[in-house]
Design a protein around this ligand. Structure first.
Ligand SMILES: CC(=O)N[C@H]1[C@@H](OP(=O)(O)OP(=O)(O)OC[C@H]2O[C@@H](n3ccc(=O)[nH]c3=O)[C@H](O)[C@@H]2O)O[C@H](CO)[C@@H](O)[C@@H]1O
Ligand SMILES: C=C(OP(=O)(O)O)C(=O)O
Length: 445
């Protein structure tokens, strides 16, 4: 069980560079399956466990994938399978995003059901409703969903009951090679949807309106591989902005795009944090005390659920009481119990958490219950008295590139301990530069 160890008390200053967006690169890699001609080259692909997982899924389908220096190449000209097995889909829900591309390209696909996970039940009904409207026959059984279509999928008008990011992406990809026009109504508007649409359009697709609630896709007969650079990760950027704010620091978050972070910026400013938007990033300066604010998560352009737990860490150190309402996922308050181990006072009532500010956080042994919960515990550890040990860090490795290195580059006292399967310490170092970098190994590397 590997861990992050954080000793609280340091003020963060300096420059931190944001990596490519996990939530963009995953659908973009999945969309590469649509390229019947040429090879795709995807730049700024972050070296994350999730990227390795989706690469393995593509390899299991017969695509050739290589990874070198944050560049992924995907050669999907020849596919040998239409099935994404449990082994990979269980590791990461986003593996389900290969369903739309496989169905539209091969007319047949079988994917393990992604099931629920820590933050909520996360159904896939809206994905399936979209495919069915386009003429697919869907069968569920033995933990798999199988979809077939006679000939090509047909364009359709699809109203999403919830503005689901994954369903919008899956349907957009399926519609790219369908016959005729598809309209997605109540589509998700996240920047990652726009990035995927840009990628599809450069592959030869015709996608219009991405970033609005109505997306129109004219199906084409063939798509080809292209070069594309992934947008910066707005959640990683937001996490470092909060790291600056919580420690009363002065940090330049290089690569952060302010337009993607409006609700986070608005809340930080409301608290009294100074935000300077520059051409190539955002400078965040904070002097305590900060004011408490209420936060309600919503689909984009509302406050992102993926920033809720990090924001809660900051609210624990602000003056006053805050109300945090989670409307996107029904079970995304698991970090509360872990914060409590650090002396936080938070009361959860249904989807609302009442957070008492000015907490004297104390270091404790805590566990990351999901990806962002892990980041939030590290943020709390930065200002806690004494030492915080965060376990469950495989969650954090899904979404943060070199987190300890980046934070220690800003002056944080944080390091990582690697443990073997039997809990044996493999290596430990206070000098995080000495730690091996996470490497993605896929065939061809
Ligand atoms: C890889 C990726 O991009 N992950 C992001 C994506 O997840 P993901 O795409 O899974 O999230 P969705 O937008 O689909 O989920 C939003 C809400 O819709 C519900 N829902 C979704 C699909 C469906 O068929 N039926 C249904 O009811 C979900 O249970 C949830 O309550 O968007 C989430 C919401 O911004 C983020 O937290 C995740 O980081
Ligand atoms: C919930 C998240 O990701 P995923 O949808 O991949 O679980 C996240 O990035 O916070």
């Amino acid at each position: 069980m590997s861990k992050f160890i954080v000793r609280g008390g340091n003020v963060l200053t300096g420059n931190v560079k944001v990596s490519g967006a996990k939530n963009s690169v995953l659908p973009i890699i999945a969309a590469s399956l649509l390229g019947e001609e040429g090879v795709s080259i995807i730049r700024d692909a972050p070296p994350l466990d999730d990227v390795r997982t989706i690469s393995r899924v593509l390899e299991s389908l017969g695509a050739k994938v290589t990874y070198d220096q944050e560049v992924i190449t995907v050669d999907a000209r020849q596919l040998s399978s239409y099935e994404a097995p449990y082994e990979w889909v269980r590791k990461m829900r986003a593996s389900f995003l290969v369903m739309g591309p496989l169905l539209t390209r091969l007319g047949h696909t079988r994917i393990s059901l992604p099931g629920g996970c820590a933050i909520g039940t996360r159904p896939i009904d809206q994905h399936l409703k979209g495919f069915e409207a386009m003429g697919a026959k869907i069968q569920l059984g033995q933990g798999y969903v199988e979809a077939t279509v006679d000939g090509r999928l047909r364009g359709a008008k699809i109203y999403l009951d919830v503005a689901s990011v994954g369903a919008t992406e899956n349907i957009m990809m399926a519609a790219a090679l369908a016959e005729g026009t598809t309209l997605i109504e109540n589509a998700a508007k996240e920047p990652e949807i726009v990035d995927l649409a840009n990628y599809l359009n450069s592959m030869g697709a015709i996608v219009r309106g991405a970033g609005t609630e109505m997306i129109r896709i004219e199906g084409v007969e063939k798509l080809h591989g292209v070069e594309h650079t992934v947008i910066p990760d707005r959640v990683e950027a937001g996490t470092y902005m909060i790291a600056a704010a919580i420690t009363g620091g002065d940090v330049f978050v290089e690569g952060a795009i302010a337009d993607h972070l409006n609700p986070v910026i608005a809340k930080l400013e409301e608290m009294g944090v100074q935000i300077d938007v520059k051409e190539n990033g955002i400078r965040v300066t904070a002097k305590h005390p900060l004011k408490s604010v209420d936060v309600k998560t919503l689909p984009y352009p509302g406050f992102p659920t993926d920033m809720q737990s990090q924001m809660m860490a900051l609210l624990l150190k602000s003056e006053g009481t805050s109300v945090v309402t989670e409307t996107v996922f029904e079970n995304r308050f698991m970090h509360v119990e872990q914060f409590t181990l650090m002396n936080a006072q938070i009361k959860v009532e249904g989807r609302t958490a009442i957070v008492t500010g000015s907490s004297n956080l104390v270091g404790a042994k805590v566990c990351a219950t999901d990806l962002r919960a892990g980041a939030a515990l590290i943020l709390a550890g930065l200002v806690a008295e004494g030492t915080t040990e965060v376990s469950g860090i495989h969650h954090i490795d899904r979404g943060y590139v070199n987190l300890a290195e980046k934070l220690s580059g800003l002056g944080a006292d944080i390091w990582r301990i690697e443990m073997g399967e039997e809990g044996k310490r493999l290596e430990s170092s206070h000098a995080v530069e000495e730690l091996p970098k996470l490497k993605i190994q896929t065939s061809g590397v």
